[in-house]
Write a protein that binds this ligand. Structure first.
Ligand code: LLP
Length: 431
């Protein structure tokens, strides 16, 4: 086994694992050597594994099987139409945060009745769009927003199905930028205020109170904060019931982490369900549970392939200069995130420490810092792992760099699911 091989044992054990493994020396996406794909489609290139996506959605399905539930994939993780279509075909609904995501979800065949809509800044146009399409529910984040929804629904002669997003004031122990359920965060409504607002909402003419929502953060590696938050949310449900306000939907949000490092061992969907469902009690309080996973569906189902353009010896370190930059994958620059970087061809060689950097004119443009890795050669392909979530969806054209192509692999076959952007694409719409 080579230095960078993924132990087979782990592939079998972990439900949130993937089908990017070495076969001989070649790192393959399912059955296709990544080198072959890089040559055919060019780099930088996002590659996704269909089997992995299906495996992950199925891990959620079987975890919540036997309990009324709806899996609303969080589109923001990866909005490629082919991926959405695939997940829709597996029965997934969608968690959206904008009119644009609603457009994409519907276009890919996700039924409106399986769509929930969160976000603190929904505009009048977006609310109107979602009402006309008859989504399952709005996850409302403020009193002002609720009033706006009531007003827009009134104009349309519609009744808006709503849940309030509670802010449980729980520390999810994740990166500060992706924690969302603490009192200082802009998300949700503090519990006591939510109770009052539910009473007001139940008297609004154009609003139908049907659910409650929480989402405390992303890349959670422990279930305890999840469970603590759920306990608070359940107490809101029970107090509301005491006031004659019965809810049908309990949306527990997304946030389950994935292994970015080989030693990471975040909980799996089955463990999540195993801890959360018992909290609902025998009868489940008559609730349908909604889960909004994003990263744990798409994260380890995608990689970013990049080519080494040059290497250079700096004054105190080596630089591996690659053709993918922070515009293609911003996570290392923005959050200091760790992504494994593997050679597409695993030859025995010396291990060296290097910074893997992109072509963007900023020192914050790096994919890895002081990384121990096999000495990289000019022209060789490197594979940035776990890049399927918040990779392409956060990509930009900064420095006027066209965004990468995206390819979906299924067994031995593969197809382009998004063309590489061109220079004319960069100026589209400009005068
Ligand atoms: N539901 C809501 C309301 C959310 O805001 C999010 C993510 C999710 C579900 C899905 O969470 P997941 O299962 O993917 O953890 N760009 C960051 C992550 C931002 C997450 C934002 N909200 C990153 O690259 O780590």
């Amino acid at each position: 086994m080579g230095f960078f091989d993924i132990p087979a044992r782990r592939v079998l054990k972990n439900q949130i694992m993937h089908y990017f493994t070495y076969k001989g020396r070649e790192l393959c996406a399912e059955d296709v050597p990544i080198t072959e794909l890089a040559r055919e489609y060019g780099t930088p290139l996002y590659i996704y594994s269909q089997k992995t996506l299906v495996r992950h959605i199925n891990a959620y399905k079987s975890a919540f099987e036997g309990y009324p539930h709806l899996i609303c994939y969080a589109l923001k993780a990866n909005t490629n139409g082919a991926i959405l279509k695939l997940l829709a075909g597996e029965g997934a609904g969608g968690d959206i945060v904008s009119g644009g995501e609603l457009y994409r979800a519907l276009r890919a065949g996700i039924p409106a009745k399986k769509i929930v809509y969160a976000g603190v800044g929904k505009t009048e146009e977006e609310i109107n769009f979602a009402l006309r399409k008859k989504i399952l529910m709005f996850n409302v984040e403020s009193a002002d927003e609720l009033a706006r929804i009531d007003e827009v629904a009134g104009q349309l002669g519609a009744k808006a199905p709503i849940a309030l997003r509670v802010n449980p004031d729980i520390n999810p122990k994740s990166h500060p930028y992706i924690s969302t359920g603490m009192r200082e965060h802009k998300f949700g409504i503090p519990v006591e205020q939510a109770l009052l607002l539910y009473r007001q909402a139940s008297r609004m003419k154009n609003v139908n109170v049907i659910g409650i929502h929480q989402h405390i953060g992303s890349q959670l590696t422990e279930i305890t904060p999840f469970a603590d938050s759920l306990k608070k949310t359940l107490s809101v449900i029970d107090r509301l019931r005491g006031n004659g306000i019965g809810l049908k939907y309990l949306d527990v949000g997304g946030g389950l982490g994935i292994p970015y490092r080989e030693e990471d061992n975040p909980p799996e969907p089955s463990e999540l369900a195993g801890k959360l469902l018992p909290l609902l009690g025998e009868s489940g309080r008559g609730l349908t549970i909604i889960i909004e996973p994003g990263r744990s569906i798409a994260g380890n189902a995608g990689v970013l392939v990049t080519k080494c353009l040059y290497t250079k010896a700096g004054a105190d370190r080596e630089f591996v200069i690659v053709d993918a930059g922070m515009n293609d994958l911003i996570r290392p620059s923005l959050y200091g995130s760790y992504h494994r970087i593997l050679p597409a061809v695993n030859n025995r060689r010396e291990i060296k420490k290097a910074d893997v950097v992109g072509p963007i004119c900023e020192s914050g443009d790096f994919l890895a810092k002081e990384r121990e890795m096999p000495a990289v050669k000019k022209g060789e392909y490197l594979v940035v792992m776990s890049a399927g979530a918040y990779g392409f969806s956060m990509a930009s054209t900064y420095n006027s760099r066209p965004r990468p192509a995206e390819v979906l692999v299924d067994g031995k076959s593969h197809r382009l699911i998004r063309k590489r952007e061109t220079y004319p694409d960069l100026v589209k719409g400009e005068f």
